[in-house]
Design a binder for this molecule. Structure first.
Ligand SMILES: NC(=O)c1ccc[n+]([C@@H]2O[C@H](COP(=O)([O-])OP(=O)(O)OC[C@H]3O[C@@H](n4cnc5c(N)ncnc54)[C@H](OP(=O)(O)O)[C@@H]3O)[C@@H](O)[C@H]2O)c1
Length: 443
């Protein structure tokens, strides 16, 4: 029987959501895909030690899944199933663009077509917790405080290390200064943006690019005048709102002048039978809800109290508290694996959406559309497709009714950020052109 392989790249896979996405991909693939299909997971970490440790843990997870399948089928089909999963580590540090380019080039060189790329890696850029703000916020509104906290202290203006481009020597001797890049912006958005662009030759019209956003990506926390969030005290949320704007407007005709230069295959390999737009990969927007991971960098005692408050928020009826990373991974895995008739079909029929991992009070998880400021559930005023988390519980502080005017503003802003990002990409590609790519393989 001819074997066909589903290949997926997951960034930031050594912990939290990224690791859980890999585990869930293995489980759902083995349970839903026919014997004739194999899964190839390319998981990324920042160094060899993390890569090896993650590879071992993922193999451990695969063995556990196989044992469960054996137990439930009273058989020994694990040998057959095991050979269907290949787990391979790759290295990349998104704050070092040269390593991003090196990863993309090595996959392109080996002709590694990707079915899905999951842009998961990210940082919060927080210095700690402002307890004076946190305590009243938690007491007066636990759900809001644990969904979109205003009490985390942002490391305002946090910069990534210089990229070391040749023209960017900071020697004060007349060399052109390398422009700065915000660390949160670079890790969460721009590093992935460049990665996907450089991966274009191995992505086609059937490939999916899955972005991870957040329920805390509120409209007022992003300003186009501060694209990288360097002046913002909510740089993390700013990066996630930017992600929402980019992905939700990525299929609109108004962004085509920019998306067509972003998707390199538009000019190189668009087939004659398909239009350029059809030959492009699709971008999907997801978020995990609120999950307990190391992103907030809390000490063990605070982590324990945080966990208790997350469960309490769920008990109070919050739809966005999956808490466990595995449950939080459901939306990204759905976006990667669901057949064309499901997620792509739903977006085709009802409009592009933000797909979140939602749970009921007992922790039963499902994928649900999330309301986005200015876009609504599907980019159409008044349209609330079945399965959306509608109503008060799904809304954040400062929520405003969606109107035709706000929908228009969202699209205009989306087009502008596409233009800004493309401009930045072209500038950085020019600068990086001077750096030897081979150097980047050592992250
Ligand atoms: N936790 C939540 O409630 C929540 C809610 C909404 C969205 N999210 C999103 O979920 C994603 C994963 O976060 P998490 O909660 O799972 O946090 P996490 O446990 O801290 O995982 C973050 C992962 O990203 C990697 N990473 C960070 N910066 C990187 C860089 N510059 N280059 C390459 N890899 C990098 C980390 O690698 P190292 O170990 O090497 O640092 C780690 O593997 C993020 O995009 C986050 O914004 C999380």
């Amino acid at each position: 029987m001819e074997q066909d392989t589903f290949t997926v790249l997951v960034t930031g896979a050594n912990s939290g959501l990224g690791y859980a996405i890999c585990c869930r991909l293995i489980d759902e693939f083995l349970h839903t895909r026919p014997q004739s299909q194999n899964l190839h997971i390319l998981f990324s970490t920042r160094d060899q030690r993390k890569s090896e440790a993650t590879r071992k843990r993922l193999h451990g997870h695969l063995q556990k899944t196989l044992r469960n399948i054996n137990d439930s089928t009273h058989g020994k089909i694990s040998l057959l199933l095991e050979s269907r999963v290949k787990i391979e580590g790759v290295l990349v540090d998104l704050t070092k663009l040269i390593t991003v380019k090196a990863l993309a080039q090595s996959l392109v060189r080996r002709g590694q077509r990707l079915d899905a790329a999951i842009c998961n890696a990210g940082v919060a850029g927080w210095l700690g917790t402002n307890w004076v703000k946190a305590i009243p916020e938690v007491i007066t509104g636990l759900i809001e405080a644990t969904t979109a906290p205003e009490f985390m202290i942002c490391d305002v203006g946090l910069l990534a290390k210089p990229q070391g481009t040749l023209s960017g020597k900071r020697d004060g001797k007349g060399g052109e200064e390398e422009p700065t890049l915000g660390q949160v912006f670079l890790s969460n958005v721009f590093g992935h943006y460049m990665l996907v662009h450089w991966l274009s030759p191995v992505l086609d019209g059937n490939s999916r690019v899955i972005w991870i956003s957040s329920v805390s990506a509120l409209e007022n926390l992003f300003s186009r005048q501060d694209l990288q969030g360097l002046r913002s005290d909510r740089a993390y949320e700013s990066s996630k709102r930017l992600t929402d704007l980019l992905v939700l407007t990525s299929d609109l005709p108004s962004t085509t002048p920019f998306t067509s230069t972003f998707w390199a295959q538009d000019s190189s390999q668009a087939s004659t039978t398909k239009t350029k737009a059809e030959a492009r990969p699709k971008m999907y927007l997801t978020h995990p809800g609120v999950i307990q991971t190391s992103i907030a960098d809390l000490n063990p005692i605070m982590s324990f109290f945080m966990l208790l408050s997350l469960y309490y928020a769920r008990l109070l009826g919050s739809p966005w508290h999956p808490i466990s990373p595995y449950k939080g991974a459901i939306s990204a895995v759905y976006a990667a694996l669901s057949p064309t008739s499901q997620l792509p079909g739903q977006e085709e029929m009802d409009g592009k959406g933000k797909w979140g991992s939602s749970t009921d009070v007992f922790g039963g998880e499902r994928v649900a559309r999330t309301e986005v400021d200015g876009w609504g559930f599907a980019g159409v005023v008044g349209r609330i497709p079945t399965g959306s988390v509608a109503g008060k519980m799904g809304r954040r502080k400062g929520w405003r009714e969606m109107t035709g005017e706000r929908r228009e503003e969202f699209e205009v802003e989306g087009r502008e950020v596409w233009r800004d990002m493309e401009r930045l990409r072209v500038e950085w590609e020019g600068r990086l052109g001077e750096v030897e790519v081979g150097k980047g393989e050592d992250v």
